[in-house]
Design a protein around this ligand. Structure first.
Ligand code: UDP
Ligand code: MG
Length: 316
């Protein structure tokens, strides 16, 4: 039987320090696996010399393919580009910073090859070493999103996962512009085995995620995979109508019984500003969805490749 080809997809943004370490460490592990490999390195518009490192690696190892974007398109675009260009029977997505231990690769391959799984995903065992506030918000996010969307998203799930060709094709087939991979993986389904492992510190370089970026990313996840915020706004509208109706009846009755003392303008002013606020908020929620429809309808490319060493894919 022909040997399987496994594509290792690595989105890289400013990873010049850690990429050579990643390559060395990973090669050690894949040499022990009875399969062929290709690296699909995606340079996500790095501002440092990541591209030079990639060229060097490609020069000394013919299994290394690289695609360099014309600017920073974000990790999601990097993953998508990697999956589109990968040719493997199996694809595995890994971070460049060695937080996704290559030592799991043999076990992952065994599970998809011999245990009948379509995909092997990894999740962190604990949130140890993470700031408590960040853990708190992360937990809350997973609780909310699993309640309001039909994508099954596991708390602590990482993007490190190996998938069979059918699953990769399904993911590439989801051509949405606003991509939230964690949701997409869960949404396409397939039989997935979960491997928990201890959280590992970055080997070198710096994390690209600030708290604010993570917050925006989690909102993306919610808006892309659920219409619950829209339903909540409609329900809020109905509740406010009921309250307004009850208040009208109450004030009308009070007027009939006690006459018309002119007071209560302060509470009226409060009510008006409050309701105005709620209305603006709901319009804002609506706007979030509309802006996404707008972006999707433009059908823009999700990434632009400026340079690659794979001849067939070179831009013309
Ligand atoms: N990354 C990317 N584009 C970006 C930001 C990050 O390709 O705009 C890559 C980065 O190079 C790394 C992976 O995504 O390989 C994870 O990033 P990071 O380690 O900063 O995230 P963390 O592990 O802290 O969640
Ligand atoms: Mg990392």
């Amino acid at each position: 039987m022909a040997r399987d080809l496994i594509s290792i997809i690595v989105p890289c943004y400013n990873e010049q320090e850690v990429l050579p370490l990643f390559y060395e460490e990973t090669v050690k592990w894949i040499d022990q696996i009875d399969a062929d490999f290709e690296f699909v390195l995606v340079d996500d518009g790095s501002k440092d010399n990541t591209i030079l490192v990639m060229r060097e690696l490609a020069a000394k190892d013919s299994r290394v393919m690289y695609y360099s974007f014309s600017r920073n398109f974000g990790k999601e675009a990097g993953i998508y580009a990697g999956l589109t260009h990968a040719r493997g029977d199996y694809c595995v997505i890994m971070d460049a910073d060695l937080q996704d231990p290559p030592s799991l690769l043999p076990e992952m391959y065994n599970a998809v090859k011999n245990e009948g799984y379509d995909s092997v995903a990894t999740c962190r065992e604990t949130r140890k070493g993470e700031p408590p506030i960040r853990s708190f918000f992360a937990r809350m996010f997973y609780k909310i999103i699993n309640n309001i969307s039909d994508a099954d998203i596991k708390d602590g799930a990482r993007d490190y996962r190996m998938m069979c060709r059918a699953m990769v094709d399904a993911i590439v087939g989801m051509g949405e512009y606003n991509r939230f991979s964690k949701g997409i993986f869960g949404w396409v389904g397939y039989k997935t085995k979960w491997l928990p492992y201890e959280n590992i510190e970055r080997a070198a370089g710096q994390t690209k995620w600030s708290f604010w970026k993570l917050f925006k990313y989690s909102l993306d996840g919610i808006i892309n995979f659920s219409s619950a915020p829209l339903n909540i706004s409609s329900w809020a509208g109905i509740v406010f109508c009921i309250v307004a109706f009850a208040a009208t009846v109450f004030f009308f009755a009070r007027r009939l019984i006690f006459g018309d003392p002119v007071d209560g303008w302060a509470s009226t002013a409060c009510l008006i500003t409050f309701i105005g606020g709620v209305q603006l908020f709901c319009v804002g929620v609506l706007g979030q969805y509309i802006s996404r429809i707008y972006l999707e309808s433009k059908g823009r490319p999700k990434f632009i490749v400026r340079e690659t060493n794979r001849k067939e894919d070179e831009e013309t």
